[in-house]
Design a protein around this ligand. Structure first.
Ligand code: IPM
Ligand code: MN
Length: 373
């Protein structure tokens, strides 16, 4: 990316984006995200070179190959990746997820998974009595370690004494780089920085009462780094189970949360429901020094494939996060305003099939609003 930034200063801003539609409804929502990105590029004067890749279940079933051998090298040639969804009903769970999604995250060392939890005005939340003011925080999910590393094994398989292990692994390096990123993010995007709170607060989410090795490492690193380098950031700690409780009961307590890979996976599905569901929730797999990948956090929703019913807003918001990451803040802000406006004034619901508009029409509405305001 740094190379690209240098080129940009000379010859106008231009970004090479790898577009992976993926499985199920992935390609349809990505089409709408691309529509909106093009509207933003046109208005704010940058260029997008969009290269499509057919990675996903269909390709796997056709070729027997999950990713072609040059895939990772190919991805490295881009400034960012926009991904639809991975997961196919005819492929055993795990193969595509591990072979494509997790492989890209790991090999490109996208060690941060940033998942903003923001309720747009006019969007229905199942949390009674809470609105956009209360539901406005972000989860920084560590994205390279934990039980996701695949360490473990099985013994005596198929017998009544079968043993299975799946090991939660973290080293200080992984924990530290994630925490440092989270502190910096909190400094830049916490509630004080955004003018909506008294402090910028980073809360560690763990389970120090049971995971006495792994979350002890996290907790010590959290306070050491905080004391030494981020004294301006307020620190809090929550157990993960209690976090689920407060996400429902008092989401306004949260500003930025940081946690390990597995807890981050689980709590962000809960968080997504509070912000209006999988139709709107987006995330970024970020390597601050490399190639990052942006995606809706929901799955491929195969039953809606090809029906023009799925909500493309999560993919559109993933595109918005991508532009922000690439430094196109004004364009990202315009998309944000456009999404807010379409949510507030047009959509009946964010649920697939109940939006009052088709997938492509929602894309048109957001693209038009992005080009205009
Ligand atoms: C997510 C997904 C993935 C994860 C799966 C599909 C491997 O649930 O992005 O949250 O667990 O990270
Ligand atoms: Mn998940």
């Amino acid at each position: 990316m740094s190379q690209n930034k240098q080129e940009n200063s000379k010859s106008g801003r231009s970004y090479r984006i790898a577009v992976i539609g993926g499985d199920g409804t992935g390609p349809e929502v990505i089409r709408e995200a691309v529509k909106v990105l093009k509207a933003a590029a046109g208005r704010f004067g940058f260029k997008l070179e969009l290269n499509e890749f057919d990675y996903g279940g269909e390709r796997y079933l056709r070729t027997g190959e999950v990713l072609p051998p040059n895939a990772i090298a190919e991805m490295r040639q881009h400034d960012a990746i926009l991904l639809g969804a991975i997961g196919h009903p005819d492929v055993k769970p795990g193969i595509l997820e591990k072979g494509i999604l997790l492989r890209l995250r790991f090999e490109l060392d996208q060690y941060i998974n940033l998942r903003p939890v923001r309720l747009y005005p006019g969007v229905e939340t199942p949390i009674a009595g809470k609105g956009p003011r209360e539901i406005d925080y972000a989860v920084v999910r560590e994205n390279s370690g934990d039980v996701y590393t695949g360490q473990g094994g099985v013994m005596l398989k198929g017998t009544p004494h079968e043993v299975a292990t799946q090991i939660m692994i973290y080293n200080r390096f992984q924990v530290e780089r994630c925490l440092r990123w989270a502190f910096q993010y909190t400094r830049k995007s916490g509630k004080k920085a955004r003018g909506i709170g008294q402090e910028n607060t980073l809360a560690l989410v763990g389970k120090t009462n049971v995971l006495t090795y792994v979350y002890d490492l996290w907790e010590r690193a959290f306070h050491e780094i905080g004391d030494k380098d981020f004294p301006d950031i307020k620190r809090e700690y929550y157990h993960v189970d209690a976090t689920c409780m407060w996400m429902v009961k008092n989401p306004e307590w949260f500003d930025v949360l940081v946690t390990g890979n597995m807890f981050g996976d689980i709590i962000t599905d809960l968080a997504a429901m509070t912000q209006g569901g999988m139709g709107i929730a987006a995330g970024g797999n970020i390597n601050p020094d490399g190639v990052s990948m942006f995606e809706p956090i929901g799955g491929s929703a195969p039953k809606y494939t090809g029906k023009n019913e799925i909500n493309p807003l999560a993919a559109i918001c993933a595109g918005m996060m991508m532009l922000e990451h690439l430094g196109e803040q004004q364009a990202a802000d315009a998309i944000n305003r456009a999404v807010a406006e379409v949510c507030a004034t047009k959509l009946k619901s964010l649920a697939a099939g109940r939006m009052g508009y088709g997938t492509a029409e929602v894309g048109d509405l957001v693209a038009d609003a992005t080009a205009a305001r």
